[in-house]
Design a protein around this ligand. Sequence first.
Ligand code: HEC
Ligand code: HEC
Length: 441
Amino acid sequence: MRHALVAVVLTACGGTPEAPPRPETPLAGGDTTTCDQTTGAFSNPAPNLNDQDLSLHLAGDVAFDATFVTPPATVNAGLGPVFNNRSCSACHVKDGRGLPVTGKGAQGSMALVRVSTAESAIQTEGAPLPVPGLGGQLQDHAVYGVTPEVTVAIAWTEEPGSYPGDGKGYSLRRPKLTIERADGTPLPADVLTSLRIPPPVFGLGLLEAVPEATLLALADPDDADGDGISGRVNRVWDEAAQSTVVGRFGWKSNAPNLVQQAAAAYLNDMGVENPLLYVEAPELDGPTLSAVSFYTRTLAVPARRDVGDPRVMRGEVLFGEIGCASCHVPELKSGASPFAAVTDQRFQPYTDLLLHNMGFDLADGRPDFVASGTEWRTAPLWGVGLAARVLVGAAFLHDGRARTLEEAVLWHGGEAERSRDAFRGLRAGDRAALLAFLESL
Ligand code: HEC
Ligand code: HEC
């Protein structure tokens, strides 16, 4: 059956009678592409997994959904004592992005707040320095009998703006965090905070398998080509390798690989000690950690839609012309990998995985390894057009401040300021074309 599906991908995927697929358009996820455009579009196993790998993926799917509980339960015990949520899928709902919720208790639902002390930048290896008594992340939930570390409330302030050409108005919202410690006191004034929503988790094995040399070749830290865009790699601590490597995952490319990303989520988001990261003794076994990482490595990438639609094609041209593609690099290639399904693939993630200065308005002011307080990883754009279908209210940008793709573009600053201004300067029809292109991803 799965072989039949692959044939469908190559011939019919993404087309409608009005807008048939263009045969030359590369598949979004190479051989890992799925045709599914439903609310489950992010939750399919890559169609090119062999039977053994499919079993491992499905075991990982179970682990991703597993709800953790308090010891001494015998199954999925190990939650807490403090935590943010009880399962991977409670935050990465349907394997997609999260949404920030307004008001108190907002954090625990999906988004989380990373914290560190101001001296982080000078620490060895550049890792953010944990805050005494709080660690590197605020946990606003706790098991029975334990007091959560903090309560986090999010409020939004609206800021009006308008397009210079036709005067069409818009409103952008900025988050304001109020954090109270268990004893009612505020955090010390020098604690740096960074609110982050969960990114989607499909297609990540492909990104993990992009050769480091490719990323270094895309980087232009001193802007040698003078285009105003100077991406650079993050360099982060790899716990298994016990060395500093190029970062790829997280909103600041602050994690080196998918095993460590999962291990950190178990430890910090759920309070589950695991074989890679533990304080006292692992509460999770090695095979489960491998399976859940494999799951995030091998989720299929949804195919593009409406690629033959003239408006979408016009938007694609504009995307290149106004400089979006300088950071959101359309195509990457994976190299050798221990994981067959993601080896040697040509795919379209629309990211360079590099850090860019995005300006003061988007800054969190909290360094994360090499990444400064104004730098963020170019967010992959594959699947953004399906985000709202997968989860109503799904938001964009690191803290979920953008309610729409249009708002996400309007927040761009720093190295992307020229590109954003070019977007604001487009005629209404061209703005709509650019957004239609984003919706087709
Ligand atoms: C409390 C909510 C929450 C829980 C629970 C959670 N995550 Fe996440 N996840 C996040 C956030 C927020 C980020 C972004 C982190 C950052 O930028 O540092 C993230 C990032 C990731 C990424 C990186 C995606 C990318 O594009 O870079 C992966 C992979 C991931 N999580 C997997 C998992 C797995 C596996 C689990 C369960 C073991 C899990 N997460 C549990 C909130 C959560
Ligand atoms: C200088 C590099 C750069 C340029 C140029 C750039 N972007 Fe981005 N883009 C980023 C970064 C970095 C982020 C993540 C920022 C954040 O989360 O705060 C991002 C985020 C986005 C998002 C939100 C994605 C998500 O997952 O939340 C969209 C949509 C987007 N960009 C579209 C565009 C468009 C359209 C253009 C051209 C008008 C453009 N970008 C130009 C770097 C760039």
